[in-house]
Design a protein around this ligand. Structure first.
Ligand SMILES: [Zn+2]
Length: 103
């Protein structure tokens, strides 16, 4: 299976999945210490995906099944989908990209 996780924009270091979950804006490469910025495009993509999953959860969890377990299972599925997909949507670049600029 071809897992497309982002690489360091400077040295090409392949980031591991767990390294990509706990950062917000930029990520330091553990290999060359260069700062990697999430590209504008992938930021919009992954942000949109996370929001879509949360909206889906809000809709699905409102179905009156009458079981608290159902809500927990829905939440678990949504979180797993985010953890699994979110890192794949990220792409790094060497320079910071202003999300509001139109470059
Ligand atoms: Zn690097």
């Amino acid at each position: 299976m071809n897992i497309v996780l982002p690489k360091c924009a400077t040295c090409g270091y392949q980031f591991k999945r767990h390294q990509l979950l706990a950062f917000v804006y930029s990520k330091k490469c553990p290999s060359c210490q260069a700062e990697n910025f999430v590209t504008k495009k992938s930021r919009l993509k992954s942000g949109g995906f996370n929001v879509a999953m949360l909206i889906l959860f809000l809709i699905v969890s409102r179905i009156p099944v009458g079981s608290a377990l159902y809500v927990f299972v829905c939440l678990g599925v949504v979180l797993l989908a985010i953890v699994y997909t979110h890192p794949r949507l990220l792409r790094f670049t060497k320079t910071d990209q202003d999300i509001f600029s139109n470059k």
